[in-house]
Every structure is written in structure tokens, then in C-alpha cells.
Design a protein around this ligand. Structure first.
Ligand code: SF4
Length: 356
């Protein structure tokens, strides 16, 4: 093993102070709670995930509690965290653990990795934190640290780049203390070797860091593909009949699965006020009754990882809801608080109060 890699491990562990960055799941050895924290933290900042973790830990202290809850209630508890497929996967995996393992969390990497919603990073984190199994975590932090430290100039999103980073991560791992080592490298990526403005000046690895000596810290890691952002145009109809509103559950293989929404008309472009007549034909087809368009909002945008959801809301009063009531969920306005919605709808409900 090369000297710089040995140095890396020693310097990293010497630098690491577990208490310097306290978090409620740090030092936890219960695999169920580690799993819970890791799923919550996927695509979520630590500050945001903190309260949710405590809430879930209190409300669902065991995998049985999580398996037992209804999907709607779980999604309601998850509301605000985004990336709702995580909650759906969490629920399915909890049921699987109860049914197939009698509620005992799997204790080997292969079975942990087989759980719904668990990728290699999460499996390595659980295996090393809960069972001290020698698996190195590899996420954006780890890719960045190793790319810079070893000056990896192969794009890290290619097969060769991924293989090189995986090799380095495994070589660097402290096989005696994989849990502590993995926690250390994660903290190091979050606080020292950060994506922007890393603290190279006081970095304990600086002496052997190739990116630092080559002046390439800002350039690494390299990515080959620029992800193209897609745009989608969602037009929601807030349809009112007396004190009732209408909802539907998103069931397709699409974003926001199992969350609720108002009746949706998706279009290929923004519905401009000049084209409102064409759009009203679509409304007419959806409601199949006479209606009045009372109000409409300007656009709001929710940015997801690879796409922008561009949304307008149209408030409508309906004369006859026979057709609609057979196709949508008819609820009292006050009952809106019982449903889990995508953030853009949740914000709309909160900000506008649905006043007609
Ligand atoms: Fe990262 Fe800078 Fe340290 Fe290199 S010297 S490991 S780039 S913080």
C-alpha cells in the first residue's frame, strides 16, 4: 500500500474528534436507528434532518412501529423532507424486515444492500457503524476528498473513475475501526475538504495532497456529463363546490408517488394568460360541467435534482360535481391538513389559504 494512503488514514483519524460535530445519531449502534438516520440524510442537510430523525425515533422506536403505520400517515410525517420515494422505500423495507427477518435488522452487507432504498453508501454506513464490518462509504464527500488528495483526473462519473475512487476508498479504510473511520471521512468532507472554499491552509492532509500541490483544488473532482435539466409544467385546479375541494393521489411511476395533489393538467409549456382560452377547453374536459374561473396565480417553481417543476394554480367554482366526484377524492377544505402534499402545493395552501 502506498505511503500517502497510510498517511491519509493516520492523519484523518488523528484529526477526528467525534464530539466536534455532535449529531443525535452519532455513536448509535442500533442498526434500525442508523438506517433511519441514513435514509433521512440522503439528499437532506444535517440541520434539516436532525428534527425529523428525532421525530421518527420517538414515534417509531422499532421497525415494528414503522412497518405498522399507514402509508398516508408516514408520508404526512415525512412532509417537508422531499424525495418522497425514500419514505415509500423505508416503509416497504420495514415491512420486509418484519416479515422475513422477524423484525431483526439484517447483520450482513449483502442483506442490508438488498433492502429497498438502500444503496452501496447506506449499506456500508450501516454495516460499519452497527456491526464494525469493513466497508468503506463512498459518497460525494468521499469522491471529492480522494479525487483531490490523489489528484484523480479521470472523470469520477465514468466507470474507470468510479473504480479508481472505490479502490482508494477501500485502501484507505481502517479495517480495525471502520465505523470511526467512515464517520471521520464524512465529517472531514463536510467541514474541511468542502466543495467550495476548502480549508486547505489548516488541512492535516495538505502535505501529501496532490490537488493542493498542483493548484487544482477547485478543478477536482472532474465530471464528464453535465446533467441536462428538464422542465415540466403542472397546472393545478383548485376546484370548489360549496365547502368541498377535490384531490387525487399520485400513483404513477413518477415523482411524488403516493402524495396527494389537486386535479392536474400537465402541459408542454407555461399556460400564458393570452392562451387561457385553449387551456379552458382542457379544464372543461376535466370537470365536465359548467364552471367559473375565479382566480389564477403566477408561476412558481420547485427545483428538483434534475428538473424544474413550473406550476400555476387555477381556482374554479363548479356548478355540478357529479362527474368529478366519481373520479376524485371529495374532501372538506378543513381536511386538507390530513394529507401529505408535494412542497409546491403545501406552500400554496399555506401562503394562499385557498381563499376564493
Ligand atoms: Fe482537501 Fe485542501 Fe486538504 Fe487537499 S489540502 S485534502 S484539497 S482540504
Amino acid at each position: 500500500m502506498s505511503e500517502p494512503v497510510t498517511f491519509f488514514r493516520k492523519a484523518l483519524l488523528y484529526w477526528y474528534k467525534p464530539d466536534a460535530r455532535p449529531m443525535p445519531w452519532k455513536g448509535e449502534s442500533n442498526p434500525y436507528l442508523i438506517w433511519l438516520s441514513e435514509i433521512i440524510l440522503q439528499q437532506t442537510r444535517v440541520e434539516q434532518g436532525w428534527d425529523y430523525y428525532l421525530k421518527f425515533k420517538n414515534k417509531y422506536p422499532t421497525v415494528f412501529d414503522l412497518a405498522r403505520v399507514s402509508q398516508d400517515e408516514l408520508l404526512k410525517d415525512w412532509q417537508g423532507l422531499g424525495y418522497y420515494s425514500r419514505a415509500n422505500n423505508l416503509h416497504q423495507a420495514a415491512k420486509y424486515i418484519v416479515e422475513h427477518y422477524n423484525g431483526k435488522f439484517p447483520d450482513n452487507y449483502k442483506d442490508i444492500l438488498a433492502l429497498k432504498g438502500v444503496g452501496t453508501y447506506t449499506a456500508a454506513a450501516i454495516a460499519s457503524f452497527a456491526y464494525q464490518l469493513p466497508y468503506a462509504v463512498v459518497d460525494g464527500n468521499v469522491i471529492r476528498i480522494w479525487s483531490r488528495y490523489e489528484g484523480v483526473e479521470i472523470p469520477t462519473d465514468t466507470k474507470d473513475g468510479k473504480r479508481r475512487i472505490q479502490e482508494l476508498a477501500e485502501q484507505g479504510l481502517d479495517r480495525e475501526n471502520p465505523g470511526i473511520y467512515n464517520q471521520a471521512i464524512m465529517d472531514f468532507g463536510a467541514t474541511v475538504c468542502k466543495p467550495k472554499n476548502p480549508f486547505c491552509k489548516n488541512c492535516p492532509l495538505q502535505i501529501n495532497c496532490k490537488a493542493f500541490s498542483m493548484g487544482k483544488v477547485e478543478e477536482l473532482p472532474i465530471k464528464s456529463k453535465k446533467i441536462k435539466r428538464k422542465k415540466r409544467y403542472f397546472n393545478y385546479l383548485i376546484i370548489k363546490k360549496n365547502t368541498y375541494l377535490f384531490l387525487e393521489k399520485r400513483n404513477d411511476k413518477d415523482i411524488w408517488k403516493n402524495l396527494y395533489q389537486f386535479p392536474l393538467i400537465e402541459t408542454r409549456e407555461v399556460v400564458e394568460d393570452e392562451n387561457i382560452n385553449d387551456f379552458e377547453l382542457k379544464i372543461k374536459m376535466l370537470v365536465n360541467a359548467n364552471y367559473n374561473l375565479i382566480n389564477k396565480t403566477s408561476i412558481s417553481i420547485q427545483k428538483l435534482t434534475h428538473r424544474d417543476i413550473i406550476t400555476r394554480f387555477f381556482m374554479i367554482e363548479l356548478s355540478d360535481d357529479n362527474y368529478l366526484a366519481n373520479r376524485y377524492l371529495k374532501i372538506e377544505k378543513e381536511a386538507l391538513k390530513n394529507f401529505a402534499f408535494p412542497k409546491i402545493i403545501q406552500n400554496f395552501i399555506k401562503d394562499n389559504g385557498l381563499y376564493f
